[in-house]
Design a binder for this molecule. Structure first.
Ligand code: GLV
Ligand code: MN
Ligand code: MN
Length: 417
């Protein structure tokens, strides 16, 4: 299968965008919240992965799973090189929306169908990818599949990752039927790619009040996750005098407020979105509180300043509360600036159809940001009328999703044909 054309690969058009969306929609959705719980290497994730495989097979694409668990659906032979990749991820944050990730994967298959209908003749292989564990909801680190492939995360570090129940990442992979023997860098597969284009729902409102359903990414803010451990003294809530307490919850609360203030002053972002309390009894003062900080800023100097300020405030407050504070940086992603030449080429191509397209930075992390250090990478954003993301209200209209598919087909045609 070295002929990368649709005819050469025996391509069969698959179900349309809406049919794919309907099939994927119920997988991993929680009835009570309507949010998605598609965490890496769980049965819900397996359902999504089976869906991906079925889409590949239905189109006659060659489906493969790399050593890190990322799924690839090839039109044409990888060994030909120069492949143009597109796709995103199918996992979610806890109670996430339907679009973050899946929109890029569904649009990728739909864009191949559109190119087929256009009679496009790819000169290079095209490949749809589902990167595993982008959100890091289960093991705490985002973009695990792409970090492993690019070597930004090594096998030994991956082996240290644990979920809340203490299950190791490699063990979870194995239990889900993926042999972890080949977890690690994958330079050969990445060297076969000439470009990666990730389409994503916009996670803000930059497009919402414009006439543009699609924008192009310029940069991703540097961002990271820090675990703050506050250690005090567990004691009785009904008998311990206020003056005698060493309550880590107080220090945690003070730190959350300080984070908000540091972020406001620096025009950055700082969020404590997860907290773990021991022992977690209503009638006991906590002995330990762990809070996870997500912080992002336009540049690394500002981000360093914000996090250092939050840490200082935590230690100062801990001193007053008799609480020890320890801070561990669990992950960090540097500022990503997408390749100018590729971005400008895609923007020009999109402008042919719809006039100049907005070029936007974002505070959200993506596999595209991780791959950008190894492969020329670009992103397209599809308008989100409310800007809500990582929550069930995340949304894009059908019309805008279909405009996204057309835009993606245009840029794949530009790059591969
Ligand atoms: C992923 O969506 C992130 O920005 O954390
Ligand atoms: Mn996300
Ligand atoms: Mn995403």
């Amino acid at each position: 299968m070295s002929d990368p054309t649709f005819a050469g690969a025996g391509y069969a058009e698959g179900p349309g965008f809406n049919a794919m969306w309907r099939e994927l929609e119920p997988l991993g959705r929680c009835r009570e919240t309507s949010g998605y719980r598609r965490f890496a290497w769980t049965p819900q994730d397996a359902d999504c992965r089976a869906w991906f495989r079925a889409q590949a097979v239905a189109r006659g694409l060659h489906h493969e799973i790399d050593g890190n668990g990322n799924q690839w659906a090839w039109l044409g032979d990888r060994s030909a090189g120069g492949a143009v990749a597109t796709g995103s991820h199918l996992d979610s944050v806890p109670d996430g929306g339907a679009f973050d990730g899946p929109l890029g994967v569904v649009s990728a298959f739909a864009a191949l169908d559109e190119l087929h209908r256009r009679g496009a003749r790819p000169q290079h292989p095209l490949v749809v990818v589902n990167f595993t564990d982008e959100e890091g909801a289960r093991f705490g680190l985002s973009c695990v599949g792409s970090r492993l492939a690019t070597g930004l995360l090594d096998r030994a570090q991956a082996a240290e990752l644990r979920d809340a129940k203490g299950t190791g990442l490699l063990h979870a992979m194995e239990r889900a039927g993926h042999d972890p023997e080949f977890v690690g860098p994958d330079p050969e597969r990445l060297a076969a790619l000439s470009a990666f284009v990730e389409l994503h729902v916009e996670q803000g409102r930059a497009l919402a009040d414009t006439a543009h359903p699609v924008g192009v990414a310029s940069a991703i803010w540097p961002h990271g996750r820090w675990r703050f451990d506050f250690s005090g003294e567990g004691n009785h809530a009904g008998t311990t005098r206020l003056a005698d307490r060493r309550d880590p919850m107080l220090t945690y609360a003070g730190t959350v407020l300080a984070a908000r203030e540091e972020a406001r002053l620096a025009e950055a972002l700082a969020t404590f979105g997860r907290v773990d309390v021991e022992p977690g009894a209503v009638n006991a003062i906590a002995s330990r509180v762990s809070g996870w900080l997500d912080s992002r800023a336009a540049d690394e100097e500002t981000l360093d300043r914000v996090v250092a300020g939050i840490e200082r405030a935590a230690v100062e407050r801990g001193g007053r509360d008799g609480v020890q504070v320890a801070v561990v940086r669990e992950s960090f992603t540097s500022r990503v600036v997408f390749a100018d030449a590729l971005r400008d080429r895609l923007a020009r191509r999109l402008a042919d159809r719809a006039g100049p397209v907005p070029v936007l930075p974002t505070g959200a992390g993506h596999d595209a940001g991780i791959l950008a250090g190894s492969v020329p990478t670009a992103m397209l954003y599809v308008r989100n009328p409310t800007g809500v993301s990582h929550a069930p209200a995340e949304y894009a209209t059908e019309e805008d999703c279909l405009a996204g598919v057309t835009a993606l087909a245009d840029v794949l045609e530009e790059l591969a044909c």
